[in-house]
Ligand binder design. Structure first.
Ligand SMILES: [Zn+2]
Length: 288
C-alpha cells in the first residue's frame, strides 16, 4: 500500500551490474495465452492478463490500476520497480525494456494533476522512449500468491494463518513459538537488510504477528482487533507510538520501500514465465 507495505529483495536481482536475462529461445515451451508466432506479447494482451490475474478492477483504489502511460505495442522485455521514479525509468530505458511495471505509479487521488516539473520530466522520458508504464497498487498488496503481503511473509519466514481488516489487507500468522521484541527486530533486520523502528510494549510476548506492507501504520487498530501481539508495516506516524503503548502491543516500522520490494518482483517473474519475456527488477533504494 502507499501508506502501507514491506518485503525483502531478491539478491540475484539486486546484484550490482545485474543484467537482463537473455532472450528466451524461439521454441520457448512455457505456457502462453497467445498462439502468435511473434516473440513477446501485445500490450493489450499483457494488460488483460494482469488485470484478470490480479482482479485489478475489483479494487476501489487511490490511483488507476493497469496501463497508465501507453508506449510501444509489443512487450518483449519487462522491467519492474517499486516506484516509477525518474531513476527507475532511466534504468528501464538503459535495459531496453518495453514496459515498466510498478507498485507506485502516478495520478494519485488528490495529487496536483498538472504535467509540470518532476511530473513533466518523468512523463517526458516515458513518452520519448515509447516505454509503457503499468501500475498496480492495492491489487498487488492483496494478491494471494505474488502480493506484497504474502511475499513479505515468505521472505521473513512467517506463516500466513489468516487475513482481515479493511479490504482484507491485514495478514496475520500464529508463530510456531513465541518470540520477544528483540528477536522480532533482529529477524526483520536480517530479512530486510534494514533496522526496524520498534515502539510499544517491549515486554509483550509475540504469538500472533500481523502485517501490512507500505504505509499501513494506521491499520494498527485493525491488527489489534485481529488479536495481534505485534504489527509490522513500513512507515510510522507520531500517533502510532501512543496507540501501540496504550494498547500494550508492539509496532515495528520496517520500511515502506523495504517491505514492498517483493510483490512486484514476484509478479514480474510470473509474467516473464507466462509470456517468455526477459525480466529485470530495478531497485532504487529508499531509506523510508
Ligand atoms: Zn506502498
Amino acid at each position: 500500500m502507499n501508506n502501507p507495505n514491506v518485503a525483502a529483495p531478491d539478491p540475484r536481482l539486486d546484484a550490482p551490474g545485474a543484467t537482463l536475462a537473455p532472450e528466451p529461445a524461439a521454441d520457448h515451451a512455457g505456457p502462453r495465452p497467445s498462439s502468435s508466432s511473434e516473440s513477446g506479447v501485445s500490450r493489450q494482451e499483457f494488460a488483460r492478463y494482469v488485470e484478470d490475474f490480479l482482479s485489478a478492477s475489483r479494487f476501489n483504489d487511490y490511483c488507476p490500476n493497469g496501463l497508465q502511460v501507453e508506449g510501444r505495442p509489443r512487450i518483449r522485455r519487462l522491467a519492474t520497480a517499486v516506484t516509477a521514479s525518474r531513476r527507475a525509468i532511466e534504468q528501464a530505458v538503459e535495459a531496453g525494456a518495453d514496459a515498466l511495471l510498478v507498485h507506485h505509479g502516478y495520478f494519485w487521488r488528490g495529487e496536483d494533476p498538472r504535467v509540470v516539473g518532476v511530473s513533466r520530466r518523468r512523463l517526458g522520458l516515458l513518452l520519448q522512449h515509447d516505454l509503457n508504464l503499468f501500475a498496480y497498487h492495492l491489487p498487488l498488496d492483496a494478491h494471494a500468491k505474488v502480493g506484497n503481503n504474502v511475499q513479505l511473509a515468505r521472505v521473513c519466514g512467517w506463516p500466513v494463518s489468516g487475513r482481515g481488516g479493511d479490504r482484507d489487507l491485514v495478514f496475520y500468522g500464529d508463530l510456531p513459538r513465541p518470540i520477544g521484541a528483540a528477536e522480532l527486530a533482529a529477524s526483520l533486520a536480517a530479512a530486510l537488510g534494514r533496522e526496524p523502528l520498534l515502539v510499544g510494549d517491549e515486554a509483550r510476548v509475540v504469538r500472533r504477528l500481523a502485517w501490512c506492507t507500505g504505509g499501513a501504520q494506521d491499520a494498527l487498530d485493525e491488527a489489534i482487533a485481529l488479536g495481534a501481539d505485534a504489527y509490522v508495516s513500513g512507515e510510522i506516524s507520531e500517533r502510532t507510538t501512543h496507540l501501540a503503548r496504550e494498547a500494550g502491543v508492539l509496532y515495528a516500522a520496517a520500511g515502506h520501500h523495504a517491505t514492498e520490494r517483493y510483490g512486484v518482483q514476484a509478479l514480474g517473474a510470473h509474467l516473464a514465465e507466462v509470456f517468455g519475456l526477459a525480466h529485470r527488477f530495478i531497485d532504487d533504494p529508499n531509506p523510508v
